[in-house]
Write a protein that binds this ligand. Structure first.
Ligand code: PMP
Ligand code: GLU
Length: 397
């Protein structure tokens, strides 16, 4: 058998995608599984976006595109950054990729040499650590718990910085916690980061619009760090376009050029039709997302209301994205029918077999006390799922 590379062997399978694969397999066997494992909106892509794709096809936008994306798409993204985030990114600072996931991988591969340290506040999105490992960087995890709303402080960040630190990577609103950094909180992080001008920050803002606080703050707005920040965004979440595959960065010009170079060898420009559709999304007033955002907020409240009736489940109130990340560590050591729960993963497997509800273990996100519930599902489905979880948890003693 061919020996795989050490690089690959060090890398774990994506836990979110693994859980969604297992749910699909169990469903195919006829099991009545409710999957709240994947961070994917259940809404359909808006009609005006689909229409733009159809027009793109009819106009024969079906050939290779420029590697960093069509010029008019990057101009539309540049206007979006200005309109929504008050960020000035010219067209040549913007690179369009096959999803925010690829955008992040491009930046990491562009900036990280073997042994460079990358500070990743936990809980973090599953792929951050694995992408850093592929680049042979060293993930340095700093922990924030439910008691601080899963947010790190400027002090914690500064304490983690060493001469080897090259990058910091985080998301706001955060996957998996739904935490949102305020303007002031980001400002205090920016004040630390600006003291270390050789450190680059990936600010992953893919959940920008799914924010219940009323305003989104971007790290790159602070002038003292603008030249150090790569702002990542995309259309998967707010525009319900997960399958279309498009993400983008606004970045310092040399990093944008590097991502363009990598992408030119790995994948080329993303799908031409997706790019035409995305122009329509970028030009739209985000006010059209209002109903979707309020639906997500109602769902969050519904899930929290039921979770808060479950003894032993500790929650905070997430302010964005579409995840709740409860602390379930009080169940460790408890059993039912000979199954003992020792870890969050044990609890997820127990809930999968006993409640037929698929969730994701917090271990994959760097927090072994929690589990992630994605509430991107209908209120009816969520009520059913939460009631099943409640019954299953009550059996543990
Ligand atoms: N960042 C975060 C925090 C995410 O949750 C996701 C979800 N897949 C991504 C990046 C990647 O998004 P996509 O590749 O679908 O644009
Ligand atoms: N970001 C989503 C999640 O966390 C999609 C799955 C993935 O790309 O890992 O579930």
């Amino acid at each position: 058998m061919i020996q795989l590379s050490k690089r690959l062997e060090a890398m774990e399978e994506s836990a979110t995608l693994a859980m969604s694969r297992i749910s699909r397999e169990l469903k195919a066997q006829g099991k009545d599984i409710i999957s709240l494992s994947l961070g994917e909106p259940d809404f359909n892509t808006p009609e005006f976006i689909k229409q733009a794709a159809i027009e793109g096809m009819e106009q024969n936008f079906t050939k290779y595109t420029p590697v960093p994306g069509y010029d008019d798409l990057r101009e539309a993204i540049s206007r979006k950054f200005k309109r929504d985030n008050n960020l000035n990114y010219s067209k040549d600072q913007i690179i369009v990729s096959t999803g925010a996931k690829q955008s992040i991988a491009n930046v990491v591969l562009s900036c990280i040499d073997p042994d460079d340290e990358v500070i990743i506040p936990a809980p973090y999105w599953v792929s951050y650590v694995e992408i850093v490992k592929v680049a042979e960087g060293v993930p340095v995890v700093i922990n924030a718990s439910i008691d601080t709303d899963f947010k790190i402080t400027a002090r914690q960040l500064e304490d983690a910085i060493t001469p080897k630190t090259k990058m910091i990577m985080f998301s706001t609103p955060c996957n998996p916690t739904g935490s949102v950094y305020s303007f002031d909180e980001l400002k205090s992080l920016a004040d630390v980061i600006s003291k270390y001008p050789h450190i680059v920050v990936i600010a992953d803002e893919i959940y920008e619009h799914i924010n219940f606080t009323g305003s989104h703050a971007s790290l790159a707005q602070f002038e003292n760090v603008y030249n150090q920040v790569v702002t990542v965004n995309g259309v998967s979440k707010a525009w319900a376009m997960t399958g279309w595959r498009l993400g983008f960065i606004g970045a310092p010009k040399n990093i944008a050029d590097a991502c363009n170079k990598i992408q030119g060898q790995f994948t080329s420009g993303t799908c031409s039709i997706t790019q035409r559709a995305t122009i329509a999304a970028m030009n739209a007033d985000p006010i059209v997302l209002k109903d979707m955002i309020s639906a997500f907020k109602n769902r969050r409240d519904l899930v929290l209301d039921i979770l808060n009736t479950m003894p032993g489940v500790k929650t905070n109130v997430p302010q964005g994205a579409f995840y709740v990340f409860p602390d379930i560590s009080s169940f460790f050591g408890k059993s039912h029918n000979g199954t003992t729960i020792n870890t969050a993963e044990d609890l997820c497997l127990y809930l999968l077999s006993e409640a037929l509800v698929a969730l994701v273990t917090g271990e994959a996100f760097g927090d072994e006390n929690c589990i992630r519930i994605s509430y991107a599902a209908s209120e009816e489905t969520l009520t059913d799922a939460m009631n099943r979880v409640k019954i299953a948890l009550a059996k543990l003693n």
